[in-house]
Ligand binder design. Structure first.
Ligand code: DGL
Length: 250
């Protein structure tokens, strides 16, 4: 079973792509809504929450893990694998597959993410390693606004305000917070002519390479959330309504 975690609904964008790539895998998705938004938390808090989330998924029987949260992924240390006796073939995070997708890319890159992700410097370093300097843009209020189901107008206002002062042009904007692709259309509307990159497919492709065929099972989908949330239930219904799933609050 593949365990997937995020602070809330953001990882659903990754789960959608994972489901497509690995239709016969069993998925257990954990959304830590009680502690959201992760993007405003300190490095120490995120490390602890990440440990808790991985422990929870393993206790529930996960044999592979996807950290579908960039803010958590930005704090992951290799020692985490040792802590849980996992191998590097059993865990996927967001940064590696996202940056790898840009190897050889010639255009200019901007990256939007939470404060925690931008302040960690992880994306800046990883892009530097493939010879690319990026413009890193933190959008402090956006993750929480999406999680709590704020209106399209409010979301658009946050995005407009973020980009209004920017004069430096860029060819592509990487959405390095898994909540942001949930409002992909609004990004496209505010930034016409800019390619908007959702890393979900790159992460799911990595998952297929690592987890198939060992994760072939019954194709089930279960959700566990740490606090009940109507916006979360609605998003799950919108994205997975055509299939069988269960939602548990724990
Ligand atoms: N979806 C998460 C990320 O990718 C966290 C958003 C939040 O809870 O602030 O960073």
């Amino acid at each position: 079973m593949i365990g997937v975690f995020d602070s809330g609904a953001g990882g659903l964008t990754v789960l959608t792509a994972l489901r497509r790539e690995l239709p016969s895998a069993d998925f257990l998705y954990y959304g830590d809504i009680k502690n959201a938004p992760y993007g405003l938390r300190t490095h120490a808090e995120l490390s602890r929450l990440t440990l808790d989330n991985v422990s929870f998924l393993l206790e529930r029987g996960a044999t592979s893990i996807v950290s579908a949260c960039n803010s958590a992924s930005a704090t992951l240390a290799l020692s985490l694998l040792d802590t849980f006796s996992l191998t590097s073939q059993q865990m996927i995070e967001m940064v590696g597959p996202t940056v790898t997708a840009f190897k050889g890319y010639k255009g200019t890159i901007a990256l939007a993410a939470t404060v925690a992700t931008i302040d960690s410097g992880v994306y800046q370093s990883a892009f530097h390693m493939i010879g690319k300097e990026i413009e890193a843009i933190a959008i402090p209020a956006l993750g929480g606004a999406i999680e709590t189901g704020k209106s399209a107008e409010e979301i658009e206002a946050i995005i407009i305000e973020t980009f209004a002062a920017r004069t430096q042009p860029f060819d592509v904007l990487v959405l390095a917070c898994t909540h942001y692709p949930l409002v992909l259309d609004i990004f496209k509307k505010v930034l016409p002519g800019v390619m908007i990159f959702d890393p979900s497919d790159a992460v799911a492709e990595r998952a297929r390479k690592l987890f198939w065929p060992k994760e072939v099972a019954n194709g089930s989908t279960r959700f566990v959330i740490s606090q009940d949330s109507e916006p979360f239930r609605k998003r799950v219904h919108d994205l997975f309504g055509g299939s069988d799933y269960t939602i548990e609050v724990s």
